[in-house]
Design a protein around this ligand. Structure first.
Ligand code: AMP
Length: 597
């Protein structure tokens, strides 16, 4: 591995900066003896939080060792902590989960009762997250030299935030970071083409326009392109498709479009867009007016070395589209992180998009691993959890964490497979999130969410004497933005099998959207990162054919269950060949930043 060889070579590479050497040394230090780091981390968490109400409930009596902790403290899920979290969000400042005051909640894209989960955070957490974030470029520099000579075109956005009834901010982790002094005072201009004023602008259209304009103006300096999710990068391409004329106009005249009225952005852009650049404008018109946009990224940004975007887990569905627009550039999945804690980084970021493994950093939190039992009933034996240093290559585990901010033995819900080790630290492939059927971006829709949405929507058909007899779903990411497709097989009471009108079906689409969780609705309404939900009605008998198909491929007839989400191409083809009508949601569902309860 490159990190090793670099260190073994005495770190004397003339191109490696002092900061990078320091970061690489730290990586070695953390991965050489993860077990002792873990012991220390748990000891720190338990000793500083020994006076918390939560830990006192389990009579640890000041013990800080792993054995006592594991024998006394239960493994939990969010629902088990909801009452405590609710008290903190209502303003109770006593040490309930953490002895350090909770300064804000990070809103997870995981949901509970349809609302985002609230993850407690303490002030120092941002340093821990930064520590891991600061390792990414030193690792990348090992594989791609010269990145410091150019800039990254990253499409970064703040999302809407709210305050809990007790006055604590509740917002996504990255929004919290962009609004922090860390980011505001950082020298981001030397690293990113996007001005801070654009990243911090809450109007996503003005923000996107400005970020794209700056990316175009600095096109020769750009040596990497990125976004948090691949869907974000694809939306930027789609934005360019719809706005290149206006952007070229701004460049050819040296003046900013009147669409941009945010004072901070205008002020900043008056220093960036200072003169007309006819040559650049003509180049853009030439490239963007072509029918074929294959490889557009490398045409406009010819020095791009890679796409900085997570394509593991549910995001793998975007790989073909990214390959198309980038002409096959490498895709770097660099970090594995969540609102609960940051977990680890990819030490081989230029690997194939299907291969990333993340090395979990033992200083981030205390980690345990619940052996993943494919047929399990979900029950957990607290003693069956494995230490970070003891996981076995090839086995799958669910991640369980204990954090400084006061989550104790908390099931994250991610299933990981051990692929190998860096020094003594295990590396994990992200397999999937438990119970997620559909995901376009940060939304996560599980089987129960989907079932409830279908039930609510199908009530609208009852008046017509029609029922939904079977359904399945699919995340269509070929459209930009992607959207949910739900296949319905219908049965009408009067045998006529007349289909409900498009108007009624469109209402069903909207009713489904209204029933889906807050993250879905926010993505639809505020972020506009998900397109209108589509229902495709299929011919009668289609789901029986689906069963025949599965049985012909080896499923047992007794155990056959209708899959509530489909991904296999032959199944998609079968379903699509039986579609009799397709309907889209006609308007946006309701969503507001305030929580429902
Ligand atoms: P959130 O708390 O909303 O930031 O979501 C965190 C979740 O996103 C994790 O628990 C994972 O399920 C997923 N996730 C984060 N990083 C990655 C990654 N690199 N690859 C795949 N899934 C990821």
């Amino acid at each position: 591995m490159a990190v090793d060889s670099l260190l073994q070579s005495g770190m004397a590479s003339p191109t490696t900066s002092e900061t990078d050497v320091k970061a690489l040394k730290f990586i070695e230090e953390m991965t050489k003896n993860p077990d002792s780091v873990q012991e220390k981390v748990l000891g720190e968490i338990l000793s500083r939080n020994s006076n918390t109400e939560y830990l006192k409930r389990f009579d640890l009596n000041g013990a800080v060792d792993r054995k006592t902790f594991k024998s006394k403290v239960p493994v939990v899920i969010y629902e088990d902590l909801k009452t405590d979290i609710q008290r903190i969000s209502n303003g109770d400042r006593s040490p309930i989960l953490s002895s350090h005051p909770i300064t804000e909640f990070l809103t997870s894209s995981g949901t509970s009762a349809g609302e985002r989960k609230l993850m407690p955070t303490i002030e120092e957490d941002i340093n821990r997250r930064q520590l891991l974030g600061n390792l990414l470029m030193p690792v990348m520099n090992l594989y791609v030299p010269g990145l410091d000579k150019g800039k990254g075109l990253y499409f970064l956005f703040v999302k809407s935030e709210s305050k809990t009834s007790g006055g604590l901010p509740a917002r996504p982790a990255l929004t919290s970071y962009y609004k922090s002094d860390y980011f505001r005072t950082s020298d981001s201009d030397s690293v990113y083409t996007s001005p801070k004023e654009a990243i911090l602008c809450s109007d996503s259209s003005q923000s996107m326009y400005t970020q794209m304009l700056c990316g175009l103006l600095m096109r020769h300096e750009v040596n990497r392109l990125g976004a948090v999710f691949p869907s974000g990068l694809l939306r930027a391409i789609s934005f360019l498709q719809n706005n290149w004329k206006e952007l070229s106009q701004d460049i050819s005249t040296g003046t900013l479009s009147s669409k941009i009225f945010d004072p901070a952005i205008k002020n900043r852009m008056s220093k960036i867009l200072t003169k007309p650049d006819q040559e650049l404008a003509e180049f853009l018109i030439g490239v963007c007016s072509l029918e074929n946009w294959e490889g557009i990224i490398t045409k406009i940004w010819p020095n791009t070395k890679y796409l900085d975007v997570i394509v593991t887990g549910a995001m793998a569905q975007y790989i073909p589209m990214l390959e198309y627009y980038s002409g096959g550039l490498p895709m770097a999945s660099t970090i594995y992180a969540s609102s609960e804690s940051y977990f680890g980084i990819n030490l081989n970021p230029m690997c194939k998009p299907s291969e990333p493994s993340y090395t979990i950093f033992p200083n981030m939190a205390y980690f345990e691993f619940l052996p993943h039992n494919h047929d399990g009933d979900g029950g957990v034996e607290a003693t069956s959890l494995v230490e970070l240093a003891d996981v076995e290559v090839g086995k799958e585990y669910e991640l369980v964490i204990t954090t400084y901010a006061g989550l104790y033995r908390y099931r994250v819900g991610d299933i990981l497979r051990v692929t190998g080790f860096h020094n003594s630290a295990p590396q994990f492939k992200f397999i999937r999130r438990e119970n997620v059927l559909l995901s376009i971006e940060s939304d996560k829709t599980d089987e129960a969410d989907l079932q409830k949405a279908v039930e609510n929507a199908s009530r609208l058909l009852a008046e017509q004497g029609t029922r939904v007899i079977e359904y399945t779903s699919y995340a269509d990411t070929k459209t930009i933005p992607g959207h949910y497709v739900i296949y319905w097989e219908l049965l009408s009471r009067d045998q006529s099998n007349a289909l409900p009108s498009d108007e009624v079906m469109a209402k069903c689409c909207l009713e489904m959207e209204e029933s889906l969780n807050a993250v879905y609705r926010q993505s639809r309404v505020s972020d506009k990162s998900i397109g209108p939900l589509e229902i495709r009605v299929v011919q009668n008998g289609t789901f029986e054919e689906l069963m025949d198909f599965s049985i012909s491929r080896g499923s047992s007839i007794n155990q056959y269950k209708v899959p509530r989400c489909v991904r296999l191409t032959p199944i998609m083809k079968l379903l699509d060949s039986r579609v009799v009508s397709a309907h889209f949601s006609p308007s946006l569902p309701h969503w507001s930043p305030e929580r429902r309860h």
